[in-house]
Design a protein around this ligand. Structure first.
Ligand code: AMP
Ligand code: MG
Length: 351
């Protein structure tokens, strides 16, 4: 299958720019498209055959459910039942935007889309390309991130092309995404609203609307613990991982940079290809080593925006060992550290 890459402009978007993509979706085919978080791999959420194509293209385990993207809150009662008031309160404040809610599904949503779960994940994206694609196609779009399963999520069209070329008919290329991390997932099906995945919308922001919202225990655990059943099934799988072995060092920054430097030099002496994951503030500490700055420590959003791209760069350079610094975990930092810990397979060393 040939994969066509179609440039689209966020600023000067016209209906005709997404017409072919919309048609493909109506036919049950797949289209990768930009959102404000990461690129998504979309298919008709109400068609089991489209959902199965998504799993196949990504090589994703079929019990890992998809997020259904909508363009209007009117879609909520179509897809979900027993919708609590909290759903509308969150929607009013954070939609369109990088927040996903989990609700009890209606029968119309096939098991293939929800990985067999009785619940459905729903999000209304703010990206103009995504919004227009949903409206023009007239379908609810099931879309996980448009990466091959296990690889870092794609933040630009060529990441999607690298992973899925020949497997999907079309990629809408809207340039770099603004946020760079996946949506915050909030489960509203239990007694207490639970954050199943941290994202750009922070728990502090959610608490302004729902004061009781809490983190799912599985997020806070630093080590794999099978006694805690991951509620977002995606949390069970190896995720976001670069091909090389990534280790993160945590502690006083000066001590961390010194330790990272030492570990990197030791592996180089053994003949390995080594890279360092650093920040704007610290990249100067690693003279002579292969270093990538992921962003500015003082501005977590810059780290969020470049994390996945940087992990992919390590793959491109064939890094066998990667040594990285920890980042502050306030605000969006919680989501950054969640992804970084997963990418490191929870190899965190206290310095
Ligand atoms: P992705 O967009 O690739 O991050 O994949 C969607 C994420 O949403 C996965 O990690 C899923 O585990 C999560 N998700 C989707 N539907 C549900 C659901 N019904 N309950 C819990 N988590 C879900
Ligand atoms: Mg994903």
């Amino acid at each position: 299958m040939e994969t066509r890459v179609i440039p689209v402009s966020r600023e000067h978007l016209q209906k005709k720019d997404v017409a072919e993509a919309a048609q493909l979706l109506r036919e049950g085919e797949l289209v990768a498209f930009p959102t404000e978080t990461v690129y998504g791999l979309g298919g008709d959420a109400l068609r089991p055959d489209a959902a199965r194509r998504i799993y196949e293209a990504k090589g994703r385990p079929s019990d890992n459910p998809l997020i259904v993207h909508i363009a209007d809150t009117d879609a909520l009662p179509v897809l979900a039942r027993n919708i609590p008031k909290s759903a509308y309160a969150l929607a009013k404040r954070f939609w369109p935007g990088p927040m996903t809610i989990i609700l009890h599904k209606k029968k119309i949503v096939p098991d293939a889309t929800t990985g067999g779960l009785p619940t459905v994940a729903i999000r209304m994206p703010s990206d103009p390309v995504a919004a227009m694609l949903i409206r023009e196609s007239g379908v609810y779009i099931a879309a996980p991130s448009a990466n091959a399963s296990g690889r870092p999520s794609p933040t630009r069209a060529n990441h999607v092309y690298e992973d899925l070329k020949g497997r999907i008919p079309m990629i809408l290329d809207g340039g770099d995404v603004p946020i760079g991390l996946e949506s915050t997932i909030v489960d509203l099906t239990g007694r207490i609203p639970m954050v199943l995945r941290p994202g750009y919308i922070t728990i502090e922001q959610l608490r302004e609307v729902l004061p009781k919202v809490a983190y799912d225990p599985a997020i806070l655990k630093r080590v794999r613990d099978d006694s805690i059943v991951a509620k977002a099934p995606g949390m069970r799988y190896r995720h976001y991982a670069p091909k090389g072995e990534l280790t993160i060092y945590e502690g006083d920054l000066a001590a961390v940079t010194e330790r990272v430097r030492k570990e990197a030099e030791a592996k180089i002496a053994q003949g390995y290809r080594v890279a360092v994951l650093a920040s704007e503030e610290t990249k100067g500490c690693y003279e002579g080593l292969t270093v990538r700055s992921v962003g500015d420590r003082e501005e977590e959003a810059t780290v969020a925006a470049h994390l996945f791209e940087t992990l992919r760069e390590f793959d491109d350079m064939g890094a066998e060992y990667i040594f990285g610094e920890c980042f502050p975990s306030a605000g969006v930092g919680a989501a950054v550290m969640n992804r970084l810990m997963k990418a490191a397979g929870y190899r965190i060393v206290q310095v």
